[in-house]
Design a protein around this ligand. Structure first.
Ligand code: ADP
Ligand code: MG
Length: 616
């Protein structure tokens, strides 16, 4: 469930400014599309000034497909061929949804072709992905009509608890609708972005999302533009629909309608339910409601309504308590509370939640629109139009460690999707080396000094072994929260050390862009520096082994051989202090040419001696 967004994939870097990437809230009950116009997020309206598109698809007998308001009307007329709440089925198997099958008024089945649930309408099978694509297509048309240009790129939101398969199904739905889905982001993250909360430092936010049929509470930690989901809780069958149901029940009891056919059955039930929803919405800004249906007067006061829904709201508070507990936080730790979802228009909801968190809630923006607007802001960041928001769910820069001579050895290249894991083996360069310092860096340059140091640690207590013998495995593991764990293990002895590092800590989008640009501009210089360093490393290695050779073979070398070797070794040593790689390489070559025959001679002597010692 990561988070976070700057996209530095090469394709996205080349986005033309002014290109519009839209943000889409694909909801269970309602969906909508938004875009950023001159820095401000706007939700797209239809000809009736409505921004919400009911997430409903109707299949007519002529094969005509209706989406949104038109399909909503068919819910009463033609319920079997009208599909709603398809988001509940996205990325799920039949076994996942078997228990809730009766909730759907249409056929939810297992057609045996794959693991995924299907929906049967008029003798045809549809995947939830295809149905979601119909909703997305209608949103695409809606925004294209408003802007008068074609739109092909989008950011789509999903609940924070969506798993990989649900996220993938959402992505696929976008693709089917002709949209290039640049990013899937979490709904609570989007809502926080809409309130500009991504820009401030180190804060914890509760996002309370009460929609039509679902309730989600998410606790987020925002630090340096990185959104981390600390915990989520909620109820996938709790929402505004329950308010409607409570009102219907109240009226049925009040008027003793239990046996009345007019108010039961599919269409009669729907009519009363729609009236209840109307009453509920009316009471968000009025103190009482009344209307006539089938000659009966249905009335409700705000006080009555609040009494009816109090038990439902208490259930949401229990979820909030659990979410805080899971995040190991107290109410005081939460700096901001964001209201999302149509049902948070109800005064009592805002009052109770404000009381629970002991602070005023954010409700200035339209709770129906905040998620789509946040997605649009994210899209605008991806389009390159905003500079001060940073979100990541890829590694924006390469991660690696420092090797001999200050070289950067990349272990996880940039643009790798998180979570991710990669490793490499290293060894020591000194005989009997006991400790190995592992310095972790982020950046694209060949020399670590040009990259950003993220942290370092020492692998201690390596048993003494000759240089080159220890096998040290360094592993980088980035979890879904964007936290990098670095493990180093000496495989022969099993000595191990682990540290946690925040890879994106303190990097602004601007810094990141600069670091990437630097790496491109300095590629040539870097190649040269790398060649110099490699020459120096090799030179040092040869100086070291030559000294060892001289020390070990004192008795068998002639004084002139010793003198010759020492003189060439000193030439090499002085070449290493400079930056001329050709000079270093030729000094290496000279020393090798001179000492190779001597080494062979020495080897022969050593072998002969060893043979003599043997008793044949
Ligand atoms: P979802 O995210 O599940 O798609 P929404 O956030 O669009 O759902 O919320 C839809 C719910 O909000 C419905 O139950 C609707 O009746 C309710 N709702 C919309 N406007 C109001 C209002 N003014 N007062 C109370 N409830 C409202
Ligand atoms: Mg929603």
């Amino acid at each position: 469930m990561a988070r976070f967004s700057i996209d530095l994939k090469s394709g996205d870097l080349s986005n033309q400014p002014n290109e519009i990437i839209v943000g889409i809230d694909l909801g269970t009950t309602n969906s909508l599309v938004a875009y950023v116009n001159e820095g401000v997020g706007v939700a797209v309206k239809d000809e009736n000034k409505k921004t919400l598109v009911p997430s409903i698809v109707h299949f007519g007998n002529s094969g005509r497909i209706k989406v949104g308001e038109e399909a909503h009307r068919m819910l009463v007329e033609d319920p079997q061929n009208t599909v709603y709440s398809v988001k509940r089925l996205l990325g799920k198997s039949y076994a996942d949804v078997e228990q809730i099958e009766s909730y759907f008024g249409y056929d939810v089945i297992d057609d045996g072709t794959d693991n995924l649930v299907k929906i049967k309408v008029r003798d045809r099978f549809y995947t939830p992905t295809e149905l979601s694509a119909e909703i997305l297509k209608s949103l695409k048309i809606k925004v294209e009509e408003e802007l008068g240009i074609s739109v092909s790129k989008a950011v789509i939101t999903v609940p924070a608890y969506f798993n990989d398969s649900q996220r993938q199904a959402t992505r696929d739905a976008g693709k089917l609708a002709g949209l290039d889905v640049l990013r899937i982001i979490n709904e609570p993250t989007a809502a926080s972005l809409a309130y500009g909360l991504g820009k401030n430092d180190d804060q914890k936010i509760a996002v309370y999302d009460l929609g039509g049929g679902t309730f989600d509470i998410s606790i987020l930690h925002i630090q340096d533009g990185v959104f981390e989901v600390l915990s989520t809780n909620g109820d996938t069958f709790l929402g505004g629909d329950d308010f409607d149901r409570a009102i219907v029940e109240h009226w049925i009891n009040e008027h003793e309608l239990g046996s009345s056919l007019k108010f039961s059955g599919k269409s009669g039930g729907q009519a009363l339910r729609l009236l209840a929803e109307k009453a509920k919405k009316h009471l968000s800004s009025n103190d009482d409601y009344h209307a006539y249906l089938e000659g009966i007067e249905f009335a409700l006061t705000k006080r009555q309504f609040e009494q009816l829904i109090l038990p439902i709201l208490e259930r949401t508070i229990a979820c909030c308590q659990q979410a805080l507990k899971d995040a190991k936080l107290d109410v005081d730790d939460i700096q901001h509370v964001v209201m999302v979802g149509g049902s948070t228009r109800v005064d009592l909801v805002k009052k109770l939640i404000g009381n629970f968190f002991q602070k005023p809630v954010y409700d200035d923006l339209d709770p129906d629109e905040v998620v789509a607007i946040g997605a649009a802001i994210q899209a605008d960041v991806l389009a390159g139009n905003q500079k001060d928001v940073l979100l990541l769910d890829i590694t924006p820069l390469s991660l690696g460690i420092e090797t001999m001579g200050g070289l950067m050895d990349t272990i996880i290249p940039r643009n790798t999707k998180v979570p991710s894991k990669a490793g490499r083996q290293y060894t020591t360069s000194i005989d009997g080396q006991k400790n190995l310092k592992i310095s972790v860096f982020q950046g694209e340059r060949d020399l670590v000094e040009h990259n950003r140091k993220l942290g370092e640690f020492i692998l201690r207590n390596i048993p003494p072994m000759p240089a080159g013998l220890p096998k040290i495995e360094v592993q980088f593991i980035i979890n879904a929260d964007g936290i990098l764990k670095v493990k180093a293990k000496e495989l022969r002895s099993g000595v191990e050390q682990v540290i946690d590092i925040k890879p994106t800590y303190g990097i602004s989008e601007e810094d990141m862009g600069r670091m990437l640009l630097d790496s491109i501009q300095n590629a040539q210089t870097d190649m040269n520096s790398r060649a110099i360093l490699e020459a120096k490393n090799e030179g040092n290695h040869i100086v070291h082994s030559t000294e060892k050779f001289l020390e070990q073979n004192k008795e068998v070398l002639s004084p002139s051989e010793v003198e010759g070797i020492i003189s060439l070794k000193n030439d090499l040593k002085s070449a290493i202090t400079g930056d001329d790689k050709d000079l270093i390489n030729s000094a290496i070559q000279d020393l090798n040419l001179y000492s190779a025959p001597i080494a062979h001679k020495v080897m022969d002597i050593v072998i002969r001696k060893a043979m003599k010692g043997q008793k044949v």
